[in-house]
Design a protein around this ligand. Structure first.
Ligand code: TA6
Length: 287
């Protein structure tokens, strides 16, 4: 059961497909929208600013189906690195709203999810996942905390699969990852080193950058978005380009021009959690 939203900063109402959607509004006007399905942030407007996340007009909004855009929470498996459905389980599950509050100039909402019979059939581990979403000023901050509530150790990979809205992918650059080793999924998984200072997008880019620094920047003509992370070792950069985009039923053929995914992630070295152990990772977007 989700508690009633009597706090001053949030309200839950039916969103697309009648799925419950929380709107979080900070005292300074910064706002975010979060579907309880997947605890998926789908909109972020900094104070006095404009929408900074991409959300596909063709996305499914149906319980148990992934939403295309915003910030899907990836856990306990990134991509196809294991036997689970692509990007794991929790983006497909309904989370519980655990409350919202004013925090300084910002507003903060928390969501919770535990293992279920369905999740145990696919991944036989007991866990508690907690997601905190905070916005205020020019920032959107998300913290994922995972606790092993079972009696056996487990390991997992995770990410915030962040779809940042851009005006034009052909003039967008990602900076801050030079010198890093990466796995190039668009080239069959070969490994390479990032030589140039900035990543551009002449075609599909699908890379996991290992041991990435705490900050990457998405640089467009006239604006920059900073992606900061803590607790996540790696960073993923993805844009499908025209050919792959055309094969994706929940994207318009030209949608690849309008987003780049830059993702705080832990993929290269899975997190090991002993019984009772807790891990957390944070991603902060700065407009
Ligand atoms: O993060 C990049 C990626 O793993 C790509 O390989 C691409 O498939 C993308 O995620 C989207 O995955 P999805 O399951 O949402 O279609």
């Amino acid at each position: 059961m989700n508690p009633p939203t009597t706090d001053p900063v949030s309200a839950i109402a039916p969103g697309a497909g009648d799925l419950p959607r929380l709107t979080l509004v900070a005292p300074d006007g910064a706002r975010a929208e979060v579907y309880l399905d997947g605890a998926q942030v789908v909109s972020w407007v900094p104070a006095g600013g404009q929408e900074r996340l991409f959300l596909s007009r063709r996305s499914a909004f149906r319980a148990g189906a992934p939403i295309r855009g915003g910030v899907p929470v990836v856990f306990p498996q990134f991509g196809t690195t294991g036997p689970l459905p692509l990007h794991g389980l929790v983006r497909l599950m309904p989370w519980e709203f655990a409350g919202a509050e004013v925090a300084g100039e910002g507003a903060r909402a928390t969501f919770r999810l535990s293992d279920t019979g369905d999740s145990r059939r696919l991944w036989d581990h007991a866990f508690l996942a907690e997601l905190a979403v905070a916005t205020g000023g020019s920032e959107l901050s998300m913290t994922l905390a995972v606790t092993n509530t079972g009696a056996e150790p487990f390991e997992f990979t995770a990410a915030f699969h962040t779809y940042l809205a851009v005006a034009d992918i052909t003039t967008t650059l990602v900076a801050g990852l030079a010198g890093l080793r990466y796995r190039d999924a668009a080239a069959g998984g070969v490994e390479a080193h990032q030589v140039s200072a900035q990543i551009d997008f002449p075609g599909e880019v699908n890379r996991i950058y290992f041991n990435a620094p705490a900050e990457a920047r998405v640089v467009e003509a006239g604006r920059t978005t900073v992606v900061q992370k803590a607790g996540f070792a790696d960073a993923v950069v993805w844009n499908p380009a025209a050919a792959k985009c055309a094969t994706m039923a929940d994207l318009e053929p030209e949608d690849y021009r309008q987003f780049v995914c830059v993702e705080a992630a832990t993929v290269g070295a899975p997190i090991q959690l002993a019984p009772g152990g807790r891990w957390q990772g944070t991603q902060t977007l700065v407009a």
